[in-house]
Design a protein. Structure first.
Length: 513
């Protein structure tokens, strides 16, 4: 019933496969002599189980058993399993990790916007797919070490490492079969890849995470090429969530590494909520429509045939206001949280094009024009403060793939010169103590403090944004992650001196924590 394979951790072929998957060598973990075990259980389905045949192995299950003793062929499209694998074969560590995932990891990583993906599809995958099951246990263990404040190098402990290795090998087995056959079941390939990316990000392995992300897009492109003849009307909620998450991660990766990311991977269109109604019927519909609109008009979803609709934020706000004016009963805490996040991003969206457009911040006059948005920055900060204090995230480090507030605060702190608002934003980033995908509140706060020091240096008294002259203001602010050197560089341009208008480009190392 169970196949156990002992593999020496020094085996070069294993390290080669880890390298193929884009993962860091295991020697860096300090457990180079550890033995790992791979258990691939037969699911005892007639005539041959999927777990054996999916890895190219002959199924040895006794097909002469009566049908009553054989597990019925359960479809992965059935109702999600709420307690996967709660059986006597769970050992104490596995049971504890599964409980921690459901109680802590799931709500934190999913946030308020991806509960179906993490709470249904991932748990369903843990029930049906070996790789997803082991990946979930590894993620839970790493996340527990993350929130308890362990150093990045100690987060992949013995149990997590064992589960991670088994997940990687089972995942690579499925990918190998997928490359040779169209028949292999693959509903959990992308969810498992997203879990791997989270595990690497929680260890600050950005190079591995970005490499895995690229490989995930490659696998996604292959799957979409095979499914192109199928109707897009049949996209499931989980599938849509996958593409929204991947789109957000791609945006962050491009911002971190710049041109080294390469070409933008285009994802398939999302049909649901593509049109903005005159009024929403619920906060959930408003949330789904907002994510779809940002996806459609973002780099991942935009194609050469995509219609330009720059007015979509105003049309969306009209529909949202219509819903709120007709909704008389009190909203839940979760719905209020969702609405605050949506409003934060709606206020931020009009500011983002000014970073890259023809009248971009590289034009000197634009840096003074940011002052007209001071009232907008103030509204954003009020909403962010409500969000941060409601979450109580300052009690412990937290990790999420949900869309959040670090991006908007990064824009605000680099463009708002009002001293009190800037310092309020830095304070919120400090107590937020959160990582949103590839962005961390601590790094954003460090960048903001450095910009304040640069722009206010030598000024006698700064009480208002107008007290910071054009000559003191920096522009073209961006971060560059040197993945090879494992350091973050702050890049910007500034006027050479108060009397010389020549702009110079500066690059300096910035502390991550």
């Amino acid at each position: 019933d169970s196949i156990i394979v002992q593999v020496d951790r020094q085996d070069a072929s294993i390290e080669a496969r880890r390298k193929e998957a884009g993962l860091c060598p295991q020697e860096s973990v300090g457990l180079s002599d550890m033995q790992v075990f791979r258990r691939v259980k037969c699911d005892e389905r007639r005539p041959h189980c999927r777990r054996c045949t999916s890895t190219g192995r002959k199924c040895d299950y006794d097909s002469s058993l009566s049908p009553q003793s054989v597990t019925s062929g359960t479809s992965v499209t059935e109702s999600p399993v709420s307690n996967p694998r709660l059986s006597p074969c769970l050992d104490e560590q596995e049971g504890r990790a599964l409980d921690f995932f459901r109680c802590v990891t799931l709500p934190q990583v999913a946030g308020t916007n991806h509960r179906d993906f993490w709470g249904k599809l991932i748990l369903q995958g843990a029930h049906f797919d070996e790789a997803t099951y082991h990946a979930l246990l590894a993620l839970s263990s790493v996340h527990e070490n993350y929130v308890t404040g362990k150093d990045a190098g100690a987060r992949l402990d013995t149990f997590a490492l064992k589960q991670y290795n088994m997940a990687i090998r089972d995942h690579l087995d499925v990918l190998t079969v997928l490359s040779r056959s169209d028949e292999v079941e693959r509903p959990f390939i992308l969810p498992c890849s997203i879990i791997f990316i989270c595990i690497e990000l929680m260890q600050n392995h950005f190079k591995s995470a970005i490499f895995l992300l690229k490989n995930t897009f490659t696998a996604l492109s292959m799957l979409q090429a095979r499914d192109k003849e199928k109707s897009l009307d049949h996209i499931r909620t989980g599938s849509t969530d996958q593409e929204l998450l991947l789109s957000r991660l791609q945006f962050q990766a491009r911002a971190l590494v710049g041109p080294k990311w390469g070409h933008t991977y285009r994802l398939r269109p999302i049909i649901a909520h593509a049109e903005i109604p005159s009024s929403f019927s619920s906060v959930g519909e408003a949330k789904d429509c907002f994510h779809t609109q940002t996806y459609i008009h973002g780099p991942s979803g935009k194609t050469k045939d995509s219609p330009e609709k720059p007015d979509w934020p105003s049309r969306y706000k009209t529909a949202l206001d219509a819903y709120l004016s007709s909704h008389t009963s009190p909203l839940s805490l979760e719905d209020n949280h969702r609405l605050r996040l949506i409003e934060i991003h709606l206020l931020t969206i009009p500011l983002v094009p000014k970073l890259d457009g023809p009248n971009s911040s590289s034009n000197l006059v634009d840096e003074m024009h940011w002052d007209q948005y001071t009232s907008t920055f103030s509204k954003i900060l009020d909403l962010v403060a409500s969000t941060v204090y409601d979450l109580n995230t300052h009690l412990a480090p937290s990790f999420s793939l949900d869309f959040g507030i670090i991006g908007p605060l990064g824009i605000l702190t680099s463009r708002c010169r009002d001293p009190s608002l800037r310092r309020k934003a830095i304070h919120l980033l400090r107590i937020y103590n959160r990582q949103e995908g590839m962005w961390h509140s601590s790094l954003t706060a460090n960048v903001a403090e450095r910009l304040v020091k640069i722009e206010e240096a030598g000024l006698v008294e700064v009480e208002h944004c107008r007290d910071i002259p054009l000559a003191a203001r920096v522009s073209e602010v961006r971060l560059h992650h040197d993945l090879d050197q494992q350091q973050v560089m702050l890049c910007y341009s500034r006027q050479q001196s108060a009397v010389e208008s020549l702009r110079i480009h500066v690059q300096e190392k910035i502390a991550y924590w």
